[in-house]
Design a protein. Structure first.
Length: 325
């Protein structure tokens, strides 16, 4: 269940040794962060066309009312196929940074929690540990993601706004100052924190259930089998997380639309938008394409993460089931 990686004590604090078989130190967390950045950048970047359609459906459901496939055709016909890649730079860059802190942070907080509680107790606390680790890691990640997400959404809602990521940052700063980059910070927290908590908790529980049904452990399975389980559990986790976080995702798309919600405080603007749109539409507008997008990219993220970790000479930490349980 535990891989062998070499930890350089000079790189950071004392590594955590679990079961006497593995030390988890700064080397491991940096590899996890890098693998997380790569997997999130690749998957979110690849899903940019779906995200463009989903965002348009959220921002203007009257115009974009033909479903996911119809939205692809409509945007391509009106603006050219290149419009489906609007915001690609901000998406790939933003989610590399977010993935770095999210996956690296989850691994860090998870290992620290197991070290604190002990492996036997941690086995019984898997879900609380997943939830707390994911919530803490995502909060940190969102501080860095929010400015890039603001530029991405503005460029998708108004294709004439900027010609690229650098141009978009310059224009948004000139027009709205630093506050413009964090106008959607509250919605992004409400979207991303529950989403990430659900994603890691459901994926962990789903993967463990699959291993239990097979009567085996990750250490006893081939790399191909482990990859298949990561992909399968990732799809389940992605759909669950998409449904849970969708209302906040819709609010995030709308709050970054110029003039949305009036000129009051952020809570006031959010309440105005929610009132105008309605709870049902907040929960359903663009939900199908988002489930497709999140289910696919979440499966891809866990699959790529495990693959990259292996290529870097490490394997993801797994909870150790005590003997007799």
């Amino acid at each position: 269940m535990y891989s062998n990686i070499t930890v350089n004590p000079a790189l950071g604090p004392k590594p955590v040794a679990l079961s006497g078989k593995q030390e988890y130190g700064l080397d491991y967390f940096l590899r996890g962060a890098l693998a997380g950045g790569i997997c999130c950048s690749i998957t979110h970047g690849a899903m940019t066309p779906v995200d463009v359609v989903k965002t348009r459906m959220q921002l203007d459901p009257i115009k974009y009312n033909k479903g996911l496939v119809g939205g692809f055709k409509q945007i391509a016909a009106e603006e050219g196929s290149g419009a489906l890649l609007t915001g690609l730079g901000a998406t790939a860059g933003g989610y590399f940074i977010q993935g770095w802190f999210k996956f690296g942070g989850v691994e860090f907080f998870k290992v620290q929690a197991v070290d604190y509680f002990g492996e036997d107790r941690a086995w019984d606390l898997q879900q609380p540990i997943y939830l707390a680790s994911a919530g803490c890691a995502e909060f940190i990640a969102d501080i860095f993601l929010c400015p890039l997400e603001a530029v991405r959404i503005r460029s998708v809602s108004d294709p004439t706004f900027c010609s690229g990521l650098v141009d978009g940052f310059g224009k948004m700063f000139a027009q709205e100052g630093v506050g413009g980059f964090y106008a959607g910070f509250a919605p992004i927290l409400f979207k991303q924190v529950p989403y990430t908590m659900a994603k890691f908790a459901v994926q962990g529980a789903s993967a463990q259930s699959i291993y239990d049904m097979k009567g085996t452990t990750p250490a006893e399975c081939s790399s191909g089998t482990n990859l298949g389980i990561s992909l399968t559990s990732g799809v389940i986790a992605g759909v669950a997380a998409a449904i849970i976080s969708h209302p906040a995702d819709t609010l995030l798309s709308l709050i970054n639309k110029k003039g949305a919600g009036g000129n009051g405080s952020m809570p006031s603007r959010l309440m105005n938008i929610a009132s105008e749109v309605g709870i049902l539409k907040l929960c359903t507008n663009g939900l199908v394409p988002r489930c497709v997008m999140i289910g696919t990219l979440t499966a891809g993220q866990f699959g790529i993460f495990d693959t990259v970790m292996g290529a870097l000479g490490a394997s993801k930490f797994h909870f150790h089931k005590p003997e007799g349980k």
